[in-house]
Write a protein that binds this ligand. Structure first.
Ligand SMILES: [Zn+2]
Length: 157
């Protein structure tokens, strides 16, 4: 599996992190499929978390509403564009997923009521307003989570 990031996403993400400061933020990731096991993050939503960063467990109605907004924006081509996963920031500590992060993601892909069979977790941390630390972990039904290399085509200014 290979995941890259659209240029606009990177600058929007950096601006959102700078604005949030030490507040934890996150939301959903929308992907474009470029080939077999090859995706690009083309859009993301931003929810402000109340309380702990690990509270990104979504309610299904909000999830659907966010997806509908994505499709309104980027088009209803479900083969090409679809839900790719979740993201959130760890402004004050390592971008490594916490135990709760892993449990929440595992719930998303293992839940029998859900059509989601795989989902990426992107964790980000802005450093000195100049660069972003990343971790990207893939969760898939029936297998252990695994880390992914994140391919970035944009050079930081
Ligand atoms: Zn986390």
């Amino acid at each position: 599996m290979k995941i890259e990031q659209a240029r606009e996403v990177e600058s929007r993400l950096r601006a959102a992190l700078a604005k949030a400061g030490r507040r934890e933020i996150g939301g959903m990731l929308m992907g474009e499929q470029l080939g077999p096991d090859h995706f690009r993050i083309v859009d993301f939503s931003i929810d402000a978390f109340s309380g702990s960063h690990s509270h990104f467990r979504r309610d299904p109605a909000l999830h659907q509403k966010t997806l509908d907004e994505f499709f309104d924006r980027i088009g209803r081509n479900y083969q090409r564009f679809n839900y790719l996963g979740e993201w959130h920031s760890h402004p004050s500590f390592s971008v490594y997923p916490s135990v709760e992060d892993a449990e929440t993601m595992t719930d998303i892909v293992e839940n029998d009521d859900s059509v989601i069979t795989f989902a990426a977790l992107l964790i980000v941390r802005l450093r000195w307003r100049l660069w972003i630390d990343y971790s990207l972990t893939m969760f898939a039904k029936g297998r252990a989570p695994y880390g992914l290399e994140f391919s970035r085509r944009v050079v930081w200014l």
